[in-house]
Design a protein around this ligand. Sequence first.
Ligand code: BO1
Ligand code: ZN
Length: 257
Amino acid sequence: MQIRDSPATWLEKFPSARGARQSPVDIVTSRASSGCAPPLKWRYSVNHTRSVVNPGFCWRVDENGYESELRGGPLGSNVYKMEQWHCHWGAVDGEGSEHTVDGRSFSGELHLVHWNTTKYNSFAEAAGKPDGLAVLGVLLTAGCQNHEELDKVLRLLPFIRHKGDKVTLADPLDPARLLPKRTAYWTYPGSLTTPPCTESVTWILFKEPVEVSRDQLAMMRQLRSGEASSGVEAMELLHNYRPTLPLGNRELRDYGN
Ligand code: BO1
Ligand code: ZN
């Protein structure tokens, strides 16, 4: 991310970014209280066309309105529909996650973004409500093994190198394969981690990280934050994670082990 767009500059333009319910946070595991809830349940559509886009600050997969649902866990009786998923990463392996666990950073973090269709009529409407969004966070570690499902998206990154670029992914893809085997998670009330930093997110962060290859992380850093332009090549998107903010007096709950 370019310096002029860095998190410190968000505070002026986006008042929410100064709030007391901001994300990400450091998960202090000893501070989490054990919770009891029905299991978290997802039912994701596999066979539909998706778009893979470069908005200038990450890569993002748009689900294009297909019926993919998340419910249960801390979400009460509300049903949340998947809108999009995207990734955060760092300039080097070992940093790049937005959430940290007992001070430890991971090499990246996937976000599967869902909105409350029980109470709201659109993503935009839900994004402004305290119970509007639910984001599943998956911590990524760097290893030797290519993540096969993620690779269906990552092999398209050379075609969306610049801001504004977009391609169609027609192959079947199962978002459930992006999640870890163990479903234990932490949950707390938070915000969007990018502007407008609205405090509308129930965060659900899986405890078990998922491995991607060093090559796959390197491919993400090849993306550019600017538009394709004559002459100078746009700046590389080397990292795009927001630093952690205080948890304050919010409740952090721990489900499963
Ligand atoms: S994240 O999962 O917290 N990193 C996250 C951050 C932003 C969005 C979704 C998830 N979406 C944003 C759009 C903005 C829009 C805003 C409110 O939602 O990127 O363009 O203004 O609708
Ligand atoms: Zn995100």
